[in-house]
Design a protein around this ligand. Structure first.
Ligand code: KG4
Ligand code: ZN
Length: 340
């Protein structure tokens, strides 16, 4: 029996990326992202500028996603959009656009939780990538979030640990700022760390009970360390950049891996999936692989393009909800602090 082709448009606009993607059943046909360069000169995302850029980008990005998928908007079965969490002004652009288009085309509208989407990105059909079995643990690590989630089923998730202050991506970005590395610094630190000694400098790990995280103390420790060292040697950063980056990255990875060890111990679950921008980090990827040998974990790392913010992850959630007939009303509103 031939299965009908279900086409869903996913729209993501929660932060500084305007993205649209078309999924047909479980397969991604197009995945378009317009990243906003404007924020680089400010060293972080400026909400008002992000919202304005979304308004400029959203029509061409959606048009491109349809063109790349080689379908027309009339062939769509539903429109999925990020309802939250995120920046309100940014979310409003995607939400209003999705609502209007779904209304105009007279097709269902599907709201998506951005954090759930980072996790459910693992269910996109992709050659060479296995889907985690339920229940599994998901660690979402990005510039805006750091969580460990127990995933019992697609939409039955429980947050069992999260940051009490900065997100892990912020720890990378703020450390990078102290070192003068520009924004976002995560990928730069990753690259520089490859040529450094991770044990050259020691930073104490924060003491946070249970499965929660804290990264603000680490940032302060790094700041004081750099201030002290550059006072003694103004060329300290320049002369030790690789070792500093490797040591910072090593400390962050230890914090994440230690919490994962505790989470697997507490839950008895050894299938671990990661998502979010920081999961692009080569050190984290290696540490997870090592965990397979050392602790008997089975780990799931998404394809690179589905780790950072993207609309393919919104489209897959749209598809899963479509199959369940879980649609939104036209009066739905964006929610900046939406919880899992
Ligand atoms: O998921 P994402 O694109 O956006 C948010 O929702 O925040 O994550 C962006 C974050 C930034 O903090 C960036 O520095 C970090 O992910 N990041 C990395 C790497 N690539 C991106 N951090 C460490 N190593 C990387 N290779
Ligand atoms: Zn995200």
């Amino acid at each position: 029996m031939n299965r009908q082709n279900i086409y869903i448009l996913g729209i993501e606009s929660s932060c500084d990326d305007t993205a649209a993607s078309i999924i047909c059943n479980g397969k991604i046909l197009s995945n378009v992202i317009a990243s906003q360069k404007i924020h680089e000169e400010y060293g972080g995302v400026v909400p008002e500028l992000a919202s304005r850029a979304h308004q400029q980008n959203i029509v061409p990005v959606v048009a491109q996603a349809l063109a790349k998928a080689n379908i027309t908007k009339e062939q769509l079965h539903a429109i999925a959009f990020t309802r939250g969490p995120g920046l309100m002004g940014s979310l409003l652009v995607g939400t209003s656009f999705a609502k209007s288009l779904a209304y105009g085309l007279n097709i269902p509208l599907i709201d998506v939780n951005h954090m759930q989407a980072h996790i459910l990105a693992h269910f996109i059909d992709e050659k060479g990538f296995n889907k985690p079995p339920f229940p599994f643990l998901a660690m979402t690590i990005s510039g805006g979030h750091t969580q460990i989630v127990k995933v019992k089923h697609y939409f039955d998730m429980e947050v069992i640990g999260e940051t009490i202050d900065d997100a892990v991506g912020e720890a990378f970005d703020k450390s990078g700022k102290i070192l003068g590395l520009g924004y976002p610094a995560g990928p730069v630190i990753d690259k520089l760390a490859k040529l450094g000694n991770p044990k050259a400098f020691q930073f104490t790990k924060p003491k946070v009970d249970g499965l929660n995280f804290s990264f603000s103390g680490l940032k302060t420790a790094i700041l004081y360390f750099i201030q002290k060292e550059t006072k003694a040697n103004p060329k300290f950063i320049e002369e030790n950049l690789n070792d500093i980056c490797a040591s910072i990255q090593y400390t962050i990875i230890r914090i994440l891996i230690d919490k994962l060890k505790l989470a697997t111990k507490q839950t008895g679950i050894k299938h671990i999936a990661i998502g979010g921008g920081v999961s692009a980090n080569s050190g984290i990827r290696q540490a997870l692989k090592d965990g397979e040998q050392k602790y008997g974990w089975t780990t799931y790392v998404p394809k690179f393009e589905f780790t950072t913010d993207n609309a393919a992850m919104i489209a897959i959630v749209g598809y899963l909800k479509y199959l369940e007939g879980d649609f939104s009303e036209q009066n739905i509103t964006a929610s900046a602090r939406l919880k899992i």
